[in-house]
Design a protein around this ligand. Structure first.
Ligand SMILES: *Cc1c(COP(=O)(O)O)cnc(C)c1O
Length: 383
């Protein structure tokens, strides 16, 4: 074991943007001293939108966050009171809150036992005459079964909102994450695969009328030509020029960073392939339908594994220790449904390991060794 490997390994690295610090200072200076004095929705944002659109072949509208991107899409689709939107019972808060904020009802459905993404069969069973949209989400490192959701939406005349906030760079059957739905979204919050030191996100869509509605809604319902003419009740969800310039620079290294994430993830999966007997399940292997955002295990003795890793200097994170319908904020708004046994089981067992591009090989190995040692040790690992 090397000296560096025994140092504490943080889950959220404190030095995500260290290599680009000079660029950040430069673009801040350039934007700040630019005679245009345009700090939001200027030429830099438009250029970033074009560059991102080129990568996926869909129109891309930059906005203030991934959450806001979902809100803009739901608003543009006219989702409102009396409508139901089918969402996974396990996942992040915006899946429920953005629907409720529109005055609509989230219909929670159970997830696949290991992929942890919304189960298409459970979604179909939850449809009612009020259902307007399906909103599956990609989770951790696995894309939802988008071909099944696309077919389900088409069969029942529903809109498909793809929460691809964490899946930028992933592909399923050759098709990029975010392009399977009527609209998809990105989040650029710092820890995401194309994160930045600030808040931001984007809407992806190939539907020109949806794109134009989202563009209006992100800036108070204006059309970008006539100032103070409000066509729609909109939001303030604009994008920052300094961040746009920074992201244009960072886009150049994105594929390399995604590749490194995929390599670390593949190494973990190879090391953890036989730990099922010890009650530890690794995510699916392979590249199709994967998006290497967070590496998450399911562990029967999750808290003991967490303590063991902490004792070996490895910080971990538990995403979503409660299901969405078990949240006090969302339970009163949920349409009747449940139980959600697989979502509840996931909430009890998930544990996420450090995964970021500048994690050294020695540290990756140390983390894998520590997990395997726990699994092999009879007193610690056996359920
Ligand atoms: C991060 C995330 C969001 C929210 O994005 P923000 O930019 O933090 O608002 C929504 N959905 C999923 C699945 C996410 O991972």
């Amino acid at each position: 074991m090397t000296a560096t490997a025994t140092q504490d390994i943080p889950f959220f690295p404190p030095d995500l943007f260290d290599d680009d610090r000079d660029t950040l200072l430069r673009v801040l200076y350039e934007t700040g001293t630019d005679p245009s004095q345009k700090f939001i929705l200027g030429a830099r944002t438009a250029e970033l939108e074009r560059a991102l659109a080129e990568r996926t072949g869909t129109d891309t509208v930059a906005c203030s966050s991934g959450t806001s991107a979902l809100t803009l899409v739901l608003t543009a689709l006219g989702i409102g009171p009396g409508d139901e939107v089918v969402v996974p019972a396990f996942g992040c808060a915006p899946l429920a809150s953005t629907v409720i904020a529109r005055g609509a009802r989230p219909v929670f459905v159970d997830v696949h036992p290991t992929a942890l993404t919304m189960d298409p069969a459970a979604a179909e069973a939850a449809l009612t005459e009020r259902t307007r949209a399906l909103m599956p989400a990609h989770v951790f490192s696995t894309m939802a079964d988008m071909p099944a959701f696309r077919a389900l939406a088409d069969r029942h005349g529903l809109r498909l909102v793809e929460d691809s906030a964490l899946a930028q760079g992933g592909t399923l059957a050759g098709r990029p994450a975010g392009t399977w739905g009527d609209a998809g979204v990105y989040s650029f919050v710092q820890v995401k695969t194309f994160g930045m030191p600030g808040e931001g996100g984007a809407v992806l869509t190939s539907d020109p009328s949806l794109a134009s509605a989202v563009r209006m809604l992100r800036n108070h319902g204006q059309d970008g030509v006539h100032r103070f003419l409000h066509h729609r009740i909109g939001h303030n969800s604009r994008f920052d020029e300094v961040m746009a310039a920074f992201q244009l620079h960072r886009l150049g290294g994105l594929d390399q960073r995604l590749e490194r994430r995929a390599r670390i993830s593949a190494y973990y999966s190879a090391r953890f392939a036989d730990l099922a007997d010890a009650g530890i399940t690794a995510p699916p292997v392979g590249g199709d339908g994967r998006c290497h955002y967070v590496y998450t295990l399911l562990a029967e003795r999750r808290d003991a594994l967490r303590a063991h890793l902490a004792a070996h200097g490895v910080a971990t994170h538990v995403y979503y220790p409660r299901t969405l319908p078990a949240q006090p904020a969302f339970a009163p708004h949920a349409a009747p449904g449940g139980p959600w046994p697989r979502a509840a089981s996931a909430a009890r067992r998930t544990i996420s390991l450090p995964l970021y591009p500048h994690l050294s090989d020695a540290r990756v190995e140390h983390i894998a060794d520590a997990v395997c040692a726990f699994a092999r040790s009879p007193q610690e690992g056996n359920p």
